[in-house]
Write a protein that binds this ligand. Structure first.
Ligand SMILES: [Zn+2]
Length: 360
């Protein structure tokens, strides 16, 4: 008798593998924008660069970057205007085709355009944020508004981040407070991740989860230190945004920093377009999702108050009915991402929660 048909028991081999893309150079601090030529030289990315910036951010920092690199690099510039984002990305890709690498100088929208265009054209990308408004300055995904709501697109994770605290501190405080709120929402994002792990068996990275929690904790504990136009505040928040982005790179998804509060924020973008900044909406959503998780929702609300971020829908010009509708619509956004808002929240409870938790 042949042994061919006998199934031998074999020891299971270790076949897990993972590819993490992390920034190589992270330079944060006072006047570090001056170090951009050294960073580019260190990374040896080629001799031609496309500098993407916005109308205002070009004056704030874009022109300075152009001046610092002129002479050593062939420079082309691209203005990421206010028009249709997908069209802007397409035009940016055309412009990138001529350049060896890309530098994005600006706020969240400009950085998103630069990193998506870099990803689609296979170019390295350097991130120079002019505001610390959300954790997209380091991550490998970008959320782009379209007529049907926001879509999450793949993007090039930055090979370097050059975050000048003097530039970031001069941006409107509302942007920094929004960045803080985005990080504080990590608390609820990781609770949703753990819930999905327990209920649905979704893989969980202990390392990414711990880093995400620790990042939120640092801002939570130091909420008193977050003051308008202070470079120390810009330093704290930027470091937190970088480490939150690293947590996402380790996880290979935005899971460590994006749960039900992000789905609520995306639902609000559809139901009340243009109201509130991304991080502001996530912070407001985190108050409710933390309550539903049975956690310290008052602590979240109080730290948001301290840093000067809104804590109610009214604070961003959204009425209670729309907030209720967004809580219920959250489950239709990225349904594969399971969160506490997918656990059967009824309209009645959503109304009660909004009334109870969003009092000034
Ligand atoms: Zn976010």
């Amino acid at each position: 008798m042949s042994a061919d048909r006998i199934n031998l028991l074999r020891t299971k081999v270790f076949d897990k593998s993972k590819w993490m893309q992390l920034p190589r150079d992270v330079v944060i601090g006072h006047d570090v924008i001056e170090q951009i030529p050294t960073v580019c030289e260190d990374l040896a990315l080629g001799d031609s660069v496309l500098i993407v910036s916005g109308d205002r951010t070009r004056d704030v920092a874009g022109k300075r970057v152009e001046a610092l690199l002129s002479g050593s690099y062939e420079i082309a510039t691209f203005a990421a205007g206010e028009d249709d984002p997908l069209e802007t990305i397409r035009k940016a890709e055309e412009a990138v085709a001529e350049a060896g690498f890309v530098i994005g100088v600006g706020g969240g929208r400009v950085i998103d355009v630069a990193k998506i265009a870099s990803y689609n054209t296979d170019r390295h990308f350097i991130s120079i944020p002019t505001a610390a408004s959300h954790d997209g300055i380091v991550s490998s995904r970008a959320s782009v508004p379209t007529a049907d709501g926001n879509v999450s697109l793949a993007a090039e994770p930055p090979i370097a981040v050059v975050a000048d605290t003097a530039v970031i501190a001069s941006a409107p405080h509302r942007l920094l407070a929004s960045g803080c709120a985005d990080i504080i929402a990590n608390y609820t994002a990781i609770r949703d991740w753990e819930l999905s792990h327990r209920l649905r068996g979704e893989p969980l990275s202990e390392y990414a989860l711990t880093l995400s929690r620790m990042t939120a904790e640092i801002l939570f504990k130091n909420a008193d230190l977050i003051k308008p136009h202070s470079e120390e505040s810009a330093w704290l928040v930027t470091k937190a945004l970088v480490s939150s982005g690293v947590a996402m790179s380790i996880a290979g998804s935005s899971r460590p920093g994006s749960g039900g509060e992000h789905k609520f924020s995306h639902a609000l973008e559809i139901l009340a377009p243009g109201k509130g900044l991304h991080g502001e909406k996530c912070g407001i959503g985190a108050i409710i999702t933390m309550y539903l998780h049975g956690g310290d929702w008052e602590g979240i609300r109080d730290s948001l108050k301290k840093i000067g971020a809104p804590t109610t829908p009214a604070g961003i010009g959204v009425d209670d009915e729309t907030a209720v509708a967004a809580l219920l619509a959250a489950r239709t956004i990225r349904p594969e991402r399971f969160t506490i808002l997918d656990m059967g929240l009824t309209e009645e409870s959503a109304q009660d929660l909004v009334k109870m938790l969003y009092r000034e």
